[in-house]
Write a protein that binds this ligand. Structure first.
Ligand SMILES: Nc1nc2c(c(=O)[nH]1)N[C@H]1C(S)=C(S)[C@@H](COP(=O)(O)O)O[C@H]1N2
Ligand SMILES: [Mo]
Length: 320
């Protein structure tokens, strides 16, 4: 198993073989590998060790990713105490304080719309979709600060393939969890909830687009988007929705939270672009948390080799 609270850990649970068989069985149940039916087990009966919250649980057996940067990682302290998660307050220190009791147990992510196989995924199922990888990505917020984070997850495209989008699926809409009772600070944030975002289909299928389930060797802390979020390292941070509950494939470009609020400031694409300034500040440089001097911001946040091709022929000043 990938996931297990340390006290219940036994050798038998962590053999690579059991991980492999379990995952293969799940994929077979989704009709992805092999023609033989899963031995007596339906998709919803697959055993997974824990149904409880995924807080601070070690994730082991992580593969290394060729997409990882070798730049110095930010500290866990920085990444968990300097957050944008407006549902839990707008100060950078608010999410750490206010998300402590956020209940992420029995979490599901509904994948629907223009797909042949709509499915409500449990976290147990999500963790079985692909072998988990550690990916050390640069993250650039539109507010001109940046961090380097060792995320854990897998390419979002692995999930997409399971649900089989129809030819009508041109865009993917993402929705975060929202509950005013668990997120009382949200009413002062000035944006509408639930938080929504979107990608063009080819962007969603780009191998860099990560479905994140952890960081620093553990499941995600609540303030960083537990239990599952998007991580899109070539785009400004606001595209990477936290605490994901719904994914919808659709023909039309979906509305996005910040674009709805101020379309002259935040576009749909939101690719990191040092040559297109925010109307109220420059995007040419950034402050890496923990550093004193500003760094030069790179086009596509330095991921141009992987993503520039998707935008060739597009006017990126217009499509900001
Ligand atoms: N649901 C939701 N997702 C969100 C946000 C938010 O306020 N609500 N903020 C975004 C912004 S602006 C950034 S920079 C990143 C921050 O992620 P981090 O706190 O894990 O670094 O989350 C993004 N995802
Ligand atoms: Mo951001």
């Amino acid at each position: 198993m990938f996931i297990r609270k340390a006290p219940d850990l036994t050798c038998a649970d962590v053999t690579p073989k059991s991980v492999y068989l379990d995952r293969r069985e799940f994929l077979r149940a989704m009709g992805i590998v092999g023609a033989t039916a899963a031995a007596g087990k339906g998709l919803f009966e697959l055993a997974w060790p824990s149904k409880t919250a995924f807080a601070a649980t070690k994730l082991t057996g992580l593969a290394k990713s060729p997409f990882s940067t070798s730049e110095k990682q930010n500290t866990y302290e920085d990444v968990t105490h300097y957050n944008n998660f407006y549902e839990f307050g707008t100060d950078k220190s608010d999410p750490a304080k206010n998300s402590k009791n956020f209940n992420t147990s029995s979490w599901t992510v509904s994948v629907e719309g223009e797909v042949n196989k709509p499915h409500k995924f449990s976290m147990e199922e999500i963790l079985k979709i692909a072998p988990l990888e550690e990916r050390i990505y640069r993250h650039r917020c539109v507010e001109a600060w940046s961090i380097v984070v060792p995320w854990i997850g897998f390419s979002f495209s692995n999930l997409v393939k399971l649900v089989e989008p129809t030819p009508k699926a041109q865009f993917v809409a993402f929705q975060s969890y929202f509950d005013a009772r668990q997120m009382p600070q949200a009413k002062y944030a000035g944006i509408d909830f639930p938080y929504v975002e979107g990608l063009r289909m080819d962007e969603a299928m780009n191998p860099l687009a990560l479905l994140g389930v952890g960081m620093y060797g553990e499941t995600l802390p609540n303030q960083d988007g537990a239990p599952v979020r998007m991580v899109l390292p070539w785009k400004y941070g606001f595209k990477s929705v936290k605490s994901l509950v719904k994914i919808k494939f659709q023909e039309k470009m979906p509305p996005t939270t910040w674009n709805r609020l101020a379309s002259n400031e935040y576009g749909f694409y939101a690719n990191v672009n040092p040559t297109v300034d925010h109307p109220r500040w420059s995007q040419a440089k950034e402050r890496r948390l923990g550093e004193v001097f500003k760094r030069t911001t790179l086009m596509f946040n330095g991921y141009g080799d992987q993503v520039a091709g998707m935008y060739s022929g597009m006017d990126l000043k217009k499509n900001y």
